[in-house]
Design a protein. Structure first.
Length: 294
């Protein structure tokens, strides 16, 4: 049974197939043909023989006609069998489509990435080399504008760097990904919010909830406005209002539109109470639980 992390990685590519060629071109330096569309294709790569081969995901680049097939594999651990089936995936897809095909392996572990990137000896002097993206190769998206332009990449960035030793940077990446999720359709917003929170270390999550103005360079206008207000007036109200606004957005991402009583509870809460709600938000399964509302 595929793990939740395995499915989460694939979900980002399913939701936005264009993420695959973007990573191949901009991160791995792969030379792509001209294309106008990236779309999901059948991942059934079984040939005429009895053996069954099914890749995690297949993305097809199209420029009027198909020009490149991309096999996506989410690999969380080393698996000797994949050294035999990966070449079969690409060969069978190439035979089916009758066009060039590449394999992109995405992993959440750099050690697994190094293993997967080794050339596979096919015999007879032939070698097959997968294209591999490990967490250290994923861009660090800390800018909110860039994150909003590419929400799936922002979430992937949080998944890759949420445990960075630089806790402040990890929190900034998580914050940017959360803000990118805000404004998407409700299902994606909630799912991406949960993925981001699950991907951050405990220290990064606490940093994110605290949003200490001394440690963060805010990008969004709402955050800049409230932090600037707090500094200019030298009052706690400015900081509290900024935290309340952020917490309202986070609760909305997690639980959907908030009722009037929830807005009232947040707007009248002290900084300490807002921090407590933020802490409970990390594990709460309902809005009432996060607000401690009976």
């Amino acid at each position: 049974m595929p793990s939740q992390l395995h499915e989460a990685l694939l979900l980002l590519f399913r939701n936005r197939p264009g993420l695959a060629p973007e990573l191949l071109r901009d991160v791995l330096g792969f030379d792509l043909p001209h294309y106008t569309e990236a779309r999901i294709d059948s991942a059934d790569l079984t040939d005429v023989q009895p053996a069954e081969y099914r890749a995690d995901l297949v993305i097809l680049l199209v420029d009027g006609v198909p020009v490149l097939g991309i096999v996506i594999e989410a690999q969380l651990s080393t698996d000797r069998r994949k050294l035999y089936v990966w070449p079969a995936y690409t060969a069978n897809l190439r035979a089916r489509l009758e066009l060039p095909v590449c394999l992109l392996v995405v992993t959440a572990d750099d050690a697994v990435a190094r293993w997967a990137a080794k050339p596979i000896d096919l015999g007879g002097g032939n070698r097959f080399t997968p294209l591999v993206l490990g967490p250290s190769g994923v861009p660090e998206i800390t800018d909110e504008t860039a994150a909003r332009e590419d929400p799936e990449l922002a979430v992937l960035s949080a998944m890759a760097h949420g445990w960075d030793d630089d806790v402040g940077k990890a929190a900034q990446i998580g914050f940017a990904a959360q803000m990118a999720s805000f404004g998407l359709d409700e299902d994606r917003s909630r799912l991406y919010f949960d993925l981001v929170m699950a991907s951050l270390s405990e220290a990064a999550r606490k940093e994110l909830q605290a949003m200490d103005p001394a440690k963060y360079e805010y990008q969004s206008e709402f955050a800049k406005r409230y932090v600037a207000q707090g500094k200019a007036e030298g009052k706690a109200e400015g900081i509290a209002e900024g935290r309340a606004d952020l917490l309202t957005r986070q609760l909305t991402l997690r639980f959907g539109a908030l009722p009037a009583e929830a807005h009232a509870r947040i707007s009248t809460a002290s900084i300490a109470e807002l921090d407590a709600i933020g802490e409970r938000l990390l594990t709460a399964s309902t809005l009432d639980e996060a607000l401690l509302r009976r």
